[in-house]
Design a binder for this molecule. Structure first.
Ligand code: PRP
Ligand code: URA
Length: 210
């Protein structure tokens, strides 16, 4: 598993505002979208492409187009939905599948309550979106789901992660082609499984309490 932690002042600045408890939902949503677009630039570095020849007004030349089958973007509901628009802005030809997962806040175990993905992901590059990688349970289950359907490689974009979740994912995805792109790697998990310093509950901050 490869882990790439973004190191850019714009990303750190936007994360600082996102972490601030005074930041209201509309600003939180806008910043999430901007951050994903910046992280997607790194996450799509190895997107599969093909060489094409085009005619400019001046001459014929070679360029690249995104290969088929088209990449699949998978936001993990609910919080991952806040990352979708930022991602498809950068990768407009991608298809989008959905996974709904919720973590039991007592046991910290994830359950899957919704799934809308192609049955066969053979030969597909997948990009999973979830702002928070805490214990790694939700992302680990999502990644396993995609490989079980035939995905060739999976790249996850997360705004924040805890070292405990990264270690758990390393174990769970051994031998798989997995890349994790992070806005920041935080210090630890607290006794409730929340990322410290973190930003609190991402889903609640995006969409309000349920
Ligand atoms: C959050 C977050 C991740 C998960 C991370 O979702 O968006 O999916 O928790 O925790 P983990 O790494 O310990 O599994 P949550 O379950 O709160 O659902 P929500 O997106 O609907 O708020
Ligand atoms: N889910 C969140 O939304 N935030 C955390 O810190 C951990 C899990």
């Amino acid at each position: 598993m490869r882990v790439h932690v973004a190191d850019h002042p714009l990303i750190t600045h936007k994360l600082t505002v996102l972490r601030d408890e005074r930041t209201p939902s509309p600003v939180f949503r806008a910043l999430t979208e901007e951050l994903v677009t910046l992280l997607a630039y790194e996450a799509t570095r190895n997107v599969r492409t093909e060489t094409v020849t085009i005619q400019t007004p001046v001459t014929r030349t070679e360029g690249l187009e995104i290969s088929r089958p088209r990449p699949l973007v998978v936001p993990i509901l609910r919080a991952g939905l806040g990352m979708l628009d930022g991602m498809v802005k950068l990768l407009p030809t991608a298809e989008v599948g959905f996974l709904g997962m919720v973590r039991n806040e007592e046991t910290l175990e994830p359950t899957t309550y919704a799934e809308r993905l192609p049955d066969d992901l053979s030969d597909r590059q997948c990009f999973v979106l979830d702002p928070m990688l805490a214990t790694g349970g939700s992302l680990g289950a999502a990644i396993e789901f995609l490989f079980d359907r035939g995905a060739v490689d999976v790249t996850a974009i997360c705004l924040l992660a805890a070292p405990e979740g990264i270690a758990a994912l390393e174990k769970a995805t051994e031998g798989r082609d997995v890349t994790i792109v992070l806005g920041a790697l935080d210090e630890r998990l607290d006794e409730n499984g929340y990322i410290v310093p973190g930003l609190g509950d991402a889903g609640d901050r995006l969409y309000g309490l349920v």
